[in-house]
Design a protein around this ligand. Structure first.
Ligand code: SF4
Ligand code: MG
Length: 333
């Protein structure tokens, strides 16, 4: 097994006068080549910050404090530790946007309001692919066609606001894929879209993945989306991975009480709105003060007094490539 990305004990913290937020606090998982890994969790789980950390683009106030993000684009060559690169340095900038693309929930934020779509695409392509103007333009048109933008040559002259929500997200995908990256990080890219448009975008991502052998890290709170697109699932809770495994295992034989609760919270009815937010009793703990013991113990139905409020669970191998951090599994199942 030879993953494209190996995240190893990653910690990304935020510092402010109010204290330290350990948004990502010892996270490990890997992204296989050509596969989709879904990172799932409630808001505040650290799933988005995990994605931003892989881009080495942590929002203001935060930074990667330790751990490694081993990136190996060429299986025959040694890996590069993205976490060790200067976020603003030349090496990281050559990788970000070219080899690792990002799409997010709000396409408007990713696109310039004052430049045409064509100019934005040509600029990115020329920067990274060292193409001449004419060649870059052709490549841009081809990429817009690839993501299903009708009349792509004409639409090169359009501005972001002239596209519908779904088409705008397609433009963002085109921009992210313009340099034919190895990895696409998708942070809730369909959450703001209606159900039909959401399904179309997921289909598009699946076909692009098949065509380019792209790896995808898909960040979402929506288990319906996970069921549809994931090969592997990483479940996060307050900055940690509580369970990881292949999609069938996570859905049919979940081990961690948090994963089980998440699955029970999914509405069974068909045709629900796309906002399938998990509703589990109790509050997510304060981001400044993690409870002593297992972070999930105040909400866990299986918690054992004197154990779960005392000891911090460590990841345990439950099966083949199936890991859970829960004291019930320590010392064997
Ligand atoms: Fe629940 Fe205890 Fe397992 Fe935490 S360690 S998930 S509280 S059973
Ligand atoms: Mg988020």
């Amino acid at each position: 097994r030879d993953p494209l990305i190996e995240v190893d004990d990653l910690r990304t913290h935020f510092f402010s006068g109010a204290g330290t937020i350990r948004a990502v606090d010892g996270v490990s998982f890997s992204i296989p080549r050509g596969k989709t890994v879904c990172v799932v969790g409630e808001s505040g789980s650290g799933k988005s910050i995990t994605g931003r950390s892989i881009l080495n683009q942590v929002p203001r106030g935060g930074r990667i404090v330790s751990g490694a993000i081993r990136y190996r684009p060429d299986p025959a060559a040694p890996s590069v530790d993205l976490a060790a690169l200067d976020p603003r340095g030349r090496d990281m900038r050559a990788i970000r946007g070219a080899q690792i693309g990002l799409i997010s929930q709000e396409p408007m934020a990713a696109l310039s309001p004052v430049h045409t779509i064509g100019n934005q695409m040509v600029e990115v392509i020329r920067l990274h692919l060292k193409m001449g103007k004419k060649e870059a333009r052709e490549h841009a048109i081809q990429t817009l066609a690839l993501v299903g933008i009708p009349r792509p040559a004409e639409r090169m002259e359009s501005y972001a606001f002239q596209f519908s929500g779904g088409m705008r997200q397609r433009v963002c995908i085109a921009l992210a894929l313009a340099c034919r990256p190895k990895l696409l990080i998708a942070d809730e890219p369909t959450t703001a879209l209606d159900v039909t448009t959401q399904a179309n975008i997921l289909d598009l991502l699946a076909s692009l993945q098949a065509e380019f052998g792209l790896s995808v890290l898909f960040v979402t709170h929506d288990l319906g989306v996970v069921a549809e697109i994931a090969d592997e699932v990483v479940v996060m809770y307050v900055g940690r991975v509580v369970e990881a495994g292949d999609v069938d295992t996570i859905f049919h034989a979940p081990a961690h009480p948090y994963t089980k609760a998440l699955l029970q919270s999914v509405p069974r009815m068909h045709g629900q709105p796309s906002e399938r937010l998990a509703i589990i009793d109790g509050m997510v703990p304060s981001r400044f003060n993690r409870p002593q013991g297992c972070s999930f113990h105040p909400r866990c139905k299986e918690a054992r007094a004197g154990l779960c409020d005392q000891r911090d669970p460590q990841p345990v191998a439950i099966g083949d490539r199936h890991v859970a951090s829960c004291l019930l599994y320590e010392g064997g199942r």
